[in-house]
Design a protein around this ligand. Structure first.
Ligand code: BES
Ligand code: ZN
Length: 614
């Protein structure tokens, strides 16, 4: 009786505060969740990792917070087998009824659970499919060590639902605990409080006490070693690469320091880096406390570590202040690209930061050419299209340029103060583009009148392309490269002394499309570009080789496609190969060989390029 009274009191208190927080909540077209009815602010996961079956199985137990008189909980699933659903009651756990909806091609299936009127916890028993879009399973042969298997998750944007039944919208924030059972000898890690202990019991516990959106729940299991960079930062990696990673990413502690100086405290305790196998489909993923990182940025000269700055920056923009829906992705990625570049400037100076900005700008211009006009809007209209199908540089670089523009108009000092306050004011909240616009008008435009008009803000956020007065990043270093190129094309020697990866990328990306076979061979023999061990330089060179039918690079191209699964590096190569019949045939053969080593995302992107008609 007393307990019920107390629960009712709590429910009404929660109700009042929840009503206040749901007011501005926009709809998320990519989730079946109805947060205005019930929220799940805490998850308890119990999972067994079964490599033989390629499945996770176990239970997800949620705390329920009801907003009013509701008896249904709407969740997201994809390819999950639901075995049983239970509600907590005074008699303990009792089975309840549930329904799985029709399959939607990008959203998966809705799970509707009968939660009665009082239960404050629900437990779902389930197993994943071997084809789960958010997991990759690697055989021992597909790892560097060759002895143990490896598995990892990639939940962003809407793949958490393929390994956890969940209200899979970034508008939700939840804490989680987990217990994970693995084969003995393997280590499990999560986006949580990972232990640095060397013990490999096969039974691991985790806790993420800060509320995060579902897409930041992450897991990986493999034969991992741990080496510290500092008191706060360690590398988790297969032994073949752990020392290289520690050396490559030695600047990480300094990156944390400068970001704290600019934007306030790092609020997540440790910041560790997990090095994935080369099939990891992204460059990096900002899983809280443990960024997931591709090994393809370990080049030996720290030239690609802006990616670490980027994933770290998400600890403020993205993980602390989160996009409320995938239409608002620029709130994560635009802010993060901006912060990333500021970190790089602090650590390495203006010249390098400016080169990186200019490289991003060129990628943006290419995407502006390639994309439908409507898809070049920051606050993009996605409908129910899968966000993975619309992935582009728009939220990243156009978003970044918008912030560079604001910085230029208001001055760095004012803008830095504004951003720092923004991270404080929205800490641990998910916000929509509309909420950001209101905040910007109130806290920046109104306080510094006549600098930027509301119309200009609307143009940046709601119009396609770039405003006419958008910043056009230029780099002195790149101008020097262009001058060298001109002379070289007329037969002079190239002087590449002091060139970094950035200059090489600018050089290769801007070689004339009608460059002669002789000049290609001349470059290659002098600089051995075909065999470059820098994955970005090799990528740029191999792409040009396809266009120029430069055959001596063929074997390297095949090997590259067979060993790397990072989408950004392989998709443009397949896209280029698909343009001629001979190359397409060759690419399909290579893909058939590569496929089993690719992540589900890389498989589906590659198949859309090589088999566009299905
Ligand atoms: N969060 C993104 C990756 C992502 C975005 C996955 C949207 C799924 C949907 C991550 O922080 C990222 O942007 N990675 C980039 C890094 C680069 C911009 C430095 C990548 O993987 O290339
Ligand atoms: Zn990012």
């Amino acid at each position: 009786m007393l307990r019920t009274l107390f629960m009712n009191l709590c429910t009404s208190l929660v109700l009042i505060s929840a009503l206040a927080s749901t007011q501005a909540r926009a709809e998320d077209a990519h989730s079946y969740a109805k947060l205005d009815e019930v929220e799940t602010p805490h998850l308890d996961l119990q999972l067994t990792v079964d490599f033989a079956q390629r499945e996770l199985h176990g239970t997800a137990t949620y705390t329920l917070v009801r907003h009013g008189d509701v008896d249904k909980l709407h969740m997201d699933t994809s390819e999950l087998t639901i075995e049983k659903v239970e509600l907590i009651s005074e008699q303990g756990w009792q089975a309840t009824s549930y329904k799985l909806g029709e399959l939607h091609e990008s959203l998966g299936r809705e799970l509707v659970i009968d939660i009665g009127n009082v239960a404050d916890q629900v437990r779902i028993h389930y197993r994943t499919a071997p084809t789960a879009s958010g997991l990759q399973w690697l055989t021992p042969a597909q790892t560097a060590g060759k002895e143990h298997p490896f598995m990892f998750s990639q939940s962003q944007p809407i793949h958490a639902r393929s390994w956890i039944p969940i209200q899979d919208t970034p508008a939700l924030r939840l804490t989680y605990n987990a217990r994970v059972i693995t084969p003995a000898g393997l280590l499990a890690v999560m986006s949580a409080d990972n232990s640095l202990s060397a013990e490999r019991s096969g039974d691991y516990q985790f806790s993420m006490p800060q509320p995060i959106p579902p897409y930041l729940i992450a897991i990986a299991v493999g034969d991992l070693e741990i080496k510290s960079i500092s008191d706060q930062v360690a590398v988790f990696a297969e032994s073949y690469i752990v020392d290289d990673a520690v050396a490559e990413f030695a600047d990480t502690p300094r990156m944390i320091e400068v970001t704290e100086e600019l934007y306030g405290p790092y609020r997540w305790d440790r910041y560790d880096l997990l090095i994935l196998p080369p099939s990891f489909p992204f460059g990096g993923m900002e899983n809280p406390r443990l960024s997931f990182i591709t090994p393809t940025i370990i080049s030996g000269d720290r030239s690609l570590i802006n990616l670490i700055a980027h994933e770290l920056a998400h600890s403020w923009s993205g993980n602390l202040v989160t996009n409320a829906s995938w239409r608002d992705l620029w709130i994560n990625e635009g802010f993060t690209s901006y912060v990333e570049n500021r970190i790089m400037e602090e650590l390495f100076g203006k010249r390098r930061a400016q080169m990186e900005l200019a490289l991003g700008y060129q990628d943006l211009l290419a995407d502006l050419e390639r994309l439908d006009k409507e898809d070049t809007v920051l606050n993009i209209e996605l409908g129910t299209r899968h966000p993975d199908d619309v992935f582009s540089q728009i939220p990243y670089v156009k978003g970044q340029l918008f912030l560079v523009y604001l910085e230029q108009q208001f001055g760095r000092e004012v803008f830095d103060k504004f951003l720092r306050q923004y991270f404080d004011d929205f800490a641990f909240q998910s916000i929509s583009t509309e909420q950001f616009k209101q905040y910007l008008s109130r806290e920046l435009l109104a306080k510094h009148p006549d600098k930027v008009s509301q119309d200009k803000i609307d143009e940046w956020i709601h119009q396609p392309g770039l405003p006419e007065d958008a910043p056009k990043p230029e780099s002195d270093a790149f101008e020097q490269v262009e001058k060298q190129m001109e002379r070289w094309l007329k037969g002079a020697q190239l002087n590449t002394e002091g060139w970094t990866t950035h200059e090489w990328l600018h050089f290769i990306n801007n070689l004339p499309r009608d460059i002669s076979a002789v000049n290609m061979a001349r470059l290659d023999s002098e600089y051995n570009l075909t065999n470059s061990q820098n994955a970005e330089i090799a990528h740029a060179w191999l792409k040009l080789s396809i266009i120029k039918k430069y055959e001596p690079a063929r074997d390297r191209l095949r090997n590259y496609l067979l060993t790397i699964g990072r989408n950004k590096l392989v998709a443009p190569l397949y896209r280029e190969l698909a343009r001629t019949a001979d190359n397409l045939k060759w690419a399909r053969e290579v893909y058939q060989q590569a496929k089993s080593g690719y992540h589900p995302l890389t498989q589906s992107v590659t198949e859309s390029l090589l088999y566009p008609d299905g």
